[in-house]
Ligand binder design. Structure first.
Ligand SMILES: O=C(O)CCC(=O)C(=O)O
Ligand SMILES: [Fe+2]
Length: 341
């Protein structure tokens, strides 16, 4: 961990984790370029540069945050390794909860304590990741900075995209090398990078079958079951066909992560701590629906069917067998040419 707040202006390949995944780059354009909105309206990710969208947060180094957020009880995840796979502990099914072993601890602490801890931590040891919603409780100076964000610009995007309300802003302070494993969210995301560099691997909803998300009733709902560090291709063979879109973002960059797009996020190794602020928005409400439905709409249907079945059967273990009985020997022939049926 860097002692100082020394600003690194770039990064190199050695700081990037190595995965056996095919990749191409996410396009990167200045906020003044009309192509930004064109890409976003197509529902594709883009890195927006020079927008100064969260410029007042540029001074949010650890010292400033510790001084001005001192009294806030912050949510901090403590992990034994570099992975911070999200889980929902409000998960309703008691049976699931009993069998589920959380991969890490969630605690709360004051930011001062967090800063002291991350400075003490040794390589290969325990890691921390602060993930705190920006609310009024974070202190007046931070709220003042927040109010100085470029809201005209931000609201302009919201309007042009037809998004619903801004639901929350998460402040993320990560240690170098931390990884948020591959998952999707049910919101549109303007992900603003403030300090340090992050690499994000994105996968479109069309690649659902390559990423094998956990069932919806599972505490790891929305998270891929595939361990990128050591993919089990026997269990998850189609992961071999996954094609990532890579984005590397640094201070001042904003990445658009579309609703239902899978994303893996890593703070670059040996790059010091990272600070990011995201903006989560409700998606555009679906007006007239065009057929055939797209991959995002099909993912939403699958979520609803799964939820309904677990509700009706009252036992998550019965969902898989029922779905198999429903389709086995009945539906698979449709994809084959007539002579092989
Ligand atoms: O920055 C990270 O580590 C995760 C961020 C993320 O998943 C999100 O903003 O949706
Ligand atoms: Fe996310």
């Amino acid at each position: 961990m860097e002692e100082s707040d020394d600003e690194r202006r770039t990064w190199d390949e050695n700081q990037i984790r190595k995965y056996d995944i095919k990749m191409k780059s996410v396009p990167k354009h200045s906020f003044v370029d009309p192509i930004v909105m064109e890409i976003m309206l197509e529902g594709r990710p883009v890195i927006i540069t020079d927008s100064k969208m969260v410029e007042p947060a540029a001074k949010w180094n650890l010292k400033y945050l510790a001084r001005h957020m001192g009294n806030t009880n912050c949510n901090v995840i403590v992990s034994k390794d570099h992975n911070f796979k999200y889980y929902d502990d409000k998960c309703v099914q008691k049976a699931v909860r009993a069998k589920f072993v959380p991969p890490h601890k969630k605690v709360t602490m004051k930011i001062g304590e967090f800063v002291d801890k991350i400075k003490e931590m040794s390589p290969g040891g325990e890691r921390l990741y602060l993930q705190q919603a920006l609310t009024h409780s974070v202190g007046t100076e931070i709220v003042k900075d927040f109010l100085q964000f470029k809201w005209d610009y931000i609201k302009g995007i919201q309007k042009e995209m037809g998004w619903g309300s801004l639901t929350s802003n998460l402040l993320l302070i990560g240690m170098e090398g931390n990884v948020t494993p591959c998952h999707y969210d049910e919101q549109e995301n303007l992900f603003a990078q403030v300090k340090g560099y992050k690499r994000i691997l994105l996968f479109p909803p069309e690649q659902f079958e390559c990423l094998y998300p956990h069932p919806v009733w599972h505490p790891h709902d929305r998270q891929s079951q595939v361990d990128f560090d050591d993919p089990d291709l026997t269990k998850f063979p189609k992961f071999a066909n996954a094609m990532a879109q890579e984005a590397i973002v640094g201070p001042g960059d904003v990445l658009f992560i579309p609703n239902y797009w899978f994303h893996h996020v890593e703070s670059l190794q040996n790059g010091g701590y990272t600070v990011s602020v995201n903006f989560w928005y409700k998606s555009k409400s679906t007006g007239a629906v065009a057929y055939p439905l797209n991959a995002t709409q099909k993912m939403a249907i699958m979520r609803n069917v799964e939820k309904m079945l677990v509700d009706a059967l009252r036992d998550p273990d019965e969902v898989g067998p029922l779905l198999r009985n429903l389709t086995l020997g009945r539906y698979h022939d449709f994809s084959l040419p007539p002579e092989s049926q």
